[in-house]
Design a protein. Sequence first.
Length: 86
Amino acid sequence: MSAQPVREDRPADAIAGLLAALALFASLIGLAYRPVRVIPFAIVLALIATAMGGRHARLAAAAVFVGGLCFIVGLALAVITNNPIF
């Protein structure tokens, strides 16, 4: 008879997942609304989620990557369309 080890879910895992999802959402919102105000805070949230680790580590890493990409694309879109970046 084999037994699987009991996997305990830490509350920090859930918080890290929520922070990563919030960072993704904020990064995508930053594309349309003032990227310099919104996206740096989203990147900070994603970095905090990455530092927390846990089972949502890949989601947090994706949030950091998407945040950086959205920052570059958001600034380019704001400059091309003559919208404010601040």
